[in-house]
Each structure stands twice: as C-alpha cells, then as structure tokens.
Design a protein around this ligand. Structure first.
Ligand SMILES: [Zn+2]
Length: 180
C-alpha cells in the first residue's frame, strides 16, 4: 500500500499482513473522499426507493451527512491506533458496520471512543427500519461501499497519490492479475 506521505512503515506492515500472498497488493487503493462520496450517493439513491415508507426514507435522508462523518471519524481513529494493522482493519470494518445502529439510536455495540451510549430522549429507530427492510439495504451498501475498502481506508489517505499509484499498478499489472 502506497501512502501519501511516503510512510514506508505502513507499506511494510501491509506486506507483512498479506495472508494470501502478494496478489492481494494489486487491490485498488481507494482515495477516502472517493469512497465516502460514492457511499453517500448510494445511500441517497436508496431514499428514492418508494417501496420503503416515506417516514423511514426521510429518517435516512436527514442522517446521510452523519453516515459520512461517523465513518470518517472511525477511519481517523483506527488509522492512528497502536494495534496491529490487521486488528485495526477489522475494528474499522466493525465500526463502519455498527454505524447505522449508532446513527439511529442503538448504541449497544458502539466502542467507547465512538460515543457515550444512549442520549436522553433519543428514539431507537432500528426496529422500524428493520421491519420495512431499509436497514438491511443500508447494511448491504455499507458492505459493498465501505467494508470492502477498509484495508485501503485504514491508511486515511485523501490525495492524488492513491490515484497515481492505481494508474502505475494498472499500467504494469493489467493482464497479469485481475484488478478489482
Ligand atoms: Zn453510539
């Protein structure tokens, strides 16, 4: 993994953390902004599915900026952690997948750095969102748009270097490995 500030220790850690061999290093390095923007676009698109009740869709619509903020907060926190890289990647994935529960009022699985539990008079909207199926769709979007990129997001990179790295990788390995 190439990082924007030329941090070779992250690169070394990534090499050491490859349980399935070096082919996984060909994974695209995603710029954080790009991933989060794409994530919010998909959530916004979900608010337009009229098969879900308008009240639930409005709940989601109001909270979309928070979806971005909480994942960004988790990336920053896990990027700076002292745990081994693989552990931090798993923790970031768990944080991202817990984030809709946190946003809609269920704090049972929130890490202590993340929040202080239930706020006064906060309503837990999770049962309502689960019963109409919207919660399950949100979870699918998180898995497809955030969870699959956690190994890149953990580097907390937000600049053109990740794009440059991708273009170099594409040039040199296209045809040798399947790029995702
Ligand atoms: Zn919480």
């Amino acid at each position: 993994m190439l990082t924007g500030d030329g941090d070779s220790s992250v690169h070394r850690e990534m090499l050491e953390a490859m349980p399935y061999g070096p082919n996984l290093m060909v994974e695209k390095v995603e710029c954080k902004d790009h991933v989060l923007r794409n994530y919010c676009h998909k959530l916004t698109y979900l608010t337009k599915y009229t098969k879900f009740p308008v009240t639930s869709r409005n709940l989601l619509k109001q909270q979309i900026p928070r979806f971005r903020t909480v994942v960004d907060k988790a990336i920053k926190y896990r990027a700076a952690g002292n745990e081994p890289l693989n552990t931090r990647i798993c923790m970031l994935k768990a944080d991202a997948e817990n984030s809709p529960l946190h946003i809609f009022g269920d704090h049972d699985h929130c890490d202590v750095y993340f929040c202080n539990g239930n706020k006064e008079e906060e309503i837990n909207h999770i049962p309502e969102l689960k019963s109409c199926g919207l919660f399950q769709e949100i979870t699918k979007i998180i898995c497809g748009s955030v969870s699959r990129h956690v190994s890149a997001l953990i580097a907390d990179q937000n600049n053109k270097l990740s794009e440059l790295f991708n273009s170099i990788v594409n040039k040199h390995v296209t045809g040798m490995f399947q790029l995702s």
